[in-house]
Design a protein around this ligand. Structure first.
Ligand SMILES: Cc1cc2nc3c(=O)[nH]c(=O)nc-3n(C[C@H](O)[C@H](O)[C@H](O)COP(=O)(O)OP(=O)(O)OC[C@H]3O[C@@H](n4cnc5c(N)ncnc54)[C@H](O)[C@@H]3O)c2cc1C
Length: 500
């Protein structure tokens, strides 16, 4: 067993050593810790989390009605049955994560308000040195770690993305980004304009439409949504037969994975059929007089962006009932009292919600150096979308964009544990992906192919991300079914991972 060792160094910064350092206590970090405890119980580890509590996305997003946009049978972990409705609120997801923390006693392992500022790899010492600020006391701490498991998500938690529109500063009303929803914001009787067309806008609108005087969704272009009941017939039927929850979870999980795979495949093979299948229920709710094609029929192919589930069509019902409306137009400029549009129309507003997305960050804004040289992450090539050329003993959990993110948390949990065990067998302390001389000449592509997936938060920031090659293992497939088949069988000694 490797013990956590704490020592005082000459520059008086306390140093603590762990085998594995997990960055972030979101759904990825908590899942990573579970797999490590279960499959590598001898490894010492710590989770460093800069916020005051766990949950990441589900802790930061507090706008009314914040919820998942994919089902919890697949967004939940493989090892922990989900027993609630398929689409869950942020609060329900936090309660689920709390149960995992309690069952695994992870509270002993998570250090809250510990912000990681930098991570430096030393080839001489064959470990990472991680500099941390305790945000509650201001103390500077140092950790050394054999392996760093990056579970920091993919966007900057502190601030969302807000474009700078002409005249924005003139607006005299309240401006809110959903990522920083102020406690106690009261929209009762207010005219609210929500700028954006994604899952956040569609979630927020039905949840404030009853109180607000009116809510307008202002979008530049439409987005696809999937209307589905917020219950699962298979789960209901199996519960009626008193089947154990573990079985129900596994069965419904498989069913939903298959469904997500079919939709994804259909998006590639027969996008026009899928387009009509998605729009038909929208037309049914909104009725013949509503211009569905103008407001809800995107120019892109289905699945070129994530398709959010709208449980029971609540968003569309708010529009049908006249509590909310949608405007598809361009912002010309802000005025003191609202927004002037390119069409000449003006939207009067008391509150403007900028549901305009995220700022993607690579590596959680942690400054990384390798042997004192600052890492240019964008110049690395990814090994299967999880490790990076020239970056030793580090893995990033970047989940699926079409399937539920968390499906990859479980797969990578198995993978890391297998890799660590393999290193122990070899007596190696370093693993690093390296391109062979033949691979060095391969064509390089962006982290995500924009023709395959073109959500704004990805395409805006692709220049920050590593690149992928044109063949395995240098591809970032983003396909759960392929990963599920390939990852457990990956030959760890195929020469693309170099051990020292
Ligand atoms: C509103 C919303 C709904 C979503 N719904 C779904 C869904 O239904 N299905 C789906 O698949 N995906 C969904 N996503 C995407 C979602 O972000 C991921 O699926 C998932 O929650 C990401 O988990 P994570 O743990 O990897 O990252 P995060 O949830 O972002 O957590 C990362 C954690 O790392 C910490 N951290 C980061 N940097 C540092 C640092 N330098 N030092 C210390 N700590 C650090 C952060 O504070 C945070 O707690 C949604 C996203 C949003 C915003």
């Amino acid at each position: 067993m490797t013990l956590t060792v704490t020592k005082q160094t000459s520059d008086s910064t306390r140093t603590e050593h762990v085998d594995v350092l997990i960055v972030g206590a979101g759904i990825s970090g908590i899942g990573a810790a579970h797999h490590l405890m279960e499959q590598c119980p001898e490894k010492s580890f710590v989770i460093l989390e800069k916020m005051e509590s766990f949950g990441g996305t589900w802790w930061t997003h507090r706008y009314p009605g914040a919820r998942s946009d994919s089902d919890l049978y697949t967004f939940g972990y493989r090892f922990k049955p989900w027993t609630g409705p398929p689409i869950a609120s942020a609060g329900e997801i936090l309660a689920y994560l709390q149960e995992v923390i309690d069952e695994d006693r992870l509270d002993e392992k998570i250090r809250y308000r510990h912000r990681i500022n930098s991570a430096s790899w030393s080839s001489d010492e064959r470990c990472w040195t991680v500099e941390v600020t305790r945000l509650d006391t201001g103390e500077e701490l140092r950790f050394t770690a054999g392996f760093v498991w990056m579970c920091q998500g993919y966007y900057r938690q502190e601030e969302g993305y807000t474009p700078q529109w002409p005249g924005f500063e003139r607006f005299e009303g309240t401006v809110v980004h959903p990522q920083r929803w102020p406690e106690g914001l009261d929209v009762t009787g207010k005219r609210v304009v929500v700028i954006g067309s994604g899952a956040t806008a569609a979630t927020l609108i039905p949840n404030i439409a009853d109180e607000a005087a009116h809510v307008t969704m202002l979008q530049r272009s439409p987005t696809f949504f999937l209307i589905a009941p917020n219950q699962n017939e298979t789960a209901n039927m199996l519960r009626g037969l008193e089947i154990p929850e573990e079985w129900i979870h596994e069965i419904v999980r498989r069913q939903n994975i298959q469904l997500q795979g079919m939709l994804s495949q259909m998006g590639r093979d027969d996008p026009e059929f899928l387009r009509e299948e998605l729009l038909r229920p929208v037309r049914e709710v909104l009725g013949e007089d509503f211009d569905v094609d103008r407001h809800f029929n995107p120019t892109y192919r289905p699945w070129q962006q994530r398709i959010a589930i709208v449980p029971d069509g609540d968003f569309f019902h708010s529009i049908r009932e006249g509590k909310a409306s949608v405007v598809t137009d361009q912002i010309e400029s802000f005025t003191e009292h609202g927004i002037a549009l390119a069409s000449g129309e003006t939207l009067e507003a008391d509150v403007v919600v900028t549901a305009t997305g995220f700022n993607l960050t690579a590596l959680g804004d942690v400054a990384v150096t390798i042997d004192d040289v600052s890492l240019d992450f964008a110049s690395t090539v990814t090994w299967r979308g999880m490790m990076f050329t020239g970056v030793p003993n580090l893995l990033w959990v970047f989940g699926y964009l079409r399937y539920s993110w968390t499906l990859r948390v479980d797969l990578l949990g198995d993978f890391v544990c297998r890799l660590l065990a393999h290193m122990d067998e070899l007596g190696a302390r370093v693993v690093v992906p390296e391109l062979s001389s033949e691979d060095q000449g391969m064509a390089l592509r962006p982290w995500i192919d924009p023709d395959n997936f073109n959500a704004g938060y990805i395409t805006r920031n692709l220049h920050l991300m590593p690149r992928q090659g044109d063949h395995v293992p240098w591809r970032h497939e983003q396909d759960y079914v392929t990963d599920c088949r390939e990852l457990p069988a990956v030959d760890l000694d195929d020469g693309t991972l170099v051990y020292k």
